[in-house]
Design a protein around this ligand. Structure first.
Ligand code: CU
Length: 69
């Protein structure tokens, strides 16, 4: 399944990599595509991913989870 979320606070490719790597830590996640321009992350996973977990990982990296698109 595909989950697309909005993230605020990214300013460069380092931010993109930090979020990509953080979200890939989730067991069921197969791939993550982050867009700096759109301020989004598209998460492909084998099954449902926990939004609470996504939010927690993003906030641990210092960014803001701004909901599902
Ligand atoms: Cu950055």
């Amino acid at each position: 399944m595909i989950t697309k979320i909005k993230i605020d606070g990214m300013s460069c490719n380092h931010c993109v990599m930090a979020i990509t790597n953080a979200l890939k830590e989730i067991d069921t996640v197969e791939s993550v595509s982050v867009s700096l321009e759109e301020k989004t992350a598209t998460i492909t996973s084998k099954s449902d991913v926990s939004l609470d977990k996504i939010k927690e990982l993003i906030e641990e990296e210092g960014f803001t989870f701004s909901g599902i698109i």
